[in-house]
Ligand binder design. Structure first.
Ligand SMILES: Cc1cc2nc3c(=O)[nH]c(=O)nc-3n(C[C@H](O)[C@H](O)[C@H](O)COP(=O)(O)O)c2cc1C
Length: 227
């Protein structure tokens, strides 16, 4: 299974979201999933911010693009290819100021491409091209934004991720939100991390089961084709 794994925390060794995304991939391997990871650290290889040249080139029909426009879009094209080649995504990030890290927003801006990651049907409606991939978002939060918490209404991260990837065809992403971390006492923080690890173990088991089922289906389809 080709898994695109993206980390977005400014922190390295001390990062909880990075540790949790590593934990998830370890669990998948323990579940005997044959994992082929395409790794991207958007804090190191940060996609460029949207420029005027990009804004013009991306909405110019492909056959009308100049060489300069093609060059402007080249890194975004390459990133989109990586997404389209993946079977699943693991996106790990901290909450920053109630939303996503700017490096991850730059990633979204780079991979939301008309004619590439979304196309238009005959009725003019957008059709996202990432409908076959499984998607897991792992988020880490300093505060507790779960239902009933005073910060619940401040969560602009979850709806932003749902909207951005929903537009690209991702209908049912999984969220594992580790919270509260930084702004909680050590016991509460340890409980939150344990809860997140246990949810991740469950997601890994589910993914392993569904990957195994799709392997069996494709093997059966090949056998039928050979007859
Ligand atoms: C610049 C910055 C802004 C943050 N803003 C928020 C916030 O709005 N809400 C929140 O709950 N936590 C916030 N935090 C706390 C982080 O989300 C929290 O520490 C998280 O665990 C960091 O993940 P990491 O360990 O992977 O870096 C912020 C942290 C930083 C550094």
């Amino acid at each position: 299974m080709k898994i695109m794994h993206v980390d977005a925390s400014a922190k390295r060794e001390r990062s909880n979201s990075r540790a949790l995304s590593r934990y998830f991939l370890e669990r998948l391997r323990e579940e005997r999933v044959d994992v082929d990871v395409d790794y991207l650290d958007v804090t190191v290889d940060t996609p460029p911010h949207v420029t005027e040249a990009f804004a013009i080139a991306t909405y110019t029909p492909a056959h009308e693009r100049t060489a300069a426009m093609k060059a402007t879009l080249a890194s975004s094209d390459a990133l989109c290819e990586r997404l389209l080649a993946a079977d699943a995504f693991v996106f790990a990030m901290p909450m920053y100021n109630w939303s996503m890290p700017s490096a991850f927003k730059a990633f979204i801006d780079s991979v939301t491409r008309t004619g590439v990651t979304y196309t238009h049907g005959d009725d003019g409606r957008a059709v996202g091209q990432l409908g076959r991939q499984k998607v897991l978002f792992i988020t880490s939060r300093g505060a507790d934004l779960r239902a009933g918490s005073p910060y619940e209404s401040m969560d602009t991260l979850t709806p932003a991720l749902k909207a951005s990837f929903g537009f690209l065809g991702v209908a049912d992403p999984t969220f594992v939100d580790a919270q509260p971390l930084q702004f909680a006492n050590p016991e509460v923080r340890a409980d939150a991390l344990e809860r997140a690890r246990s949810e991740l173990a469950e997601v890994a088991a589910n993914w392993a089961e569904s990957f195994a089922a799709s392997d069996t289906n494709s093997r059966e389809a090949m056998t039928v084709g050979e007859e």
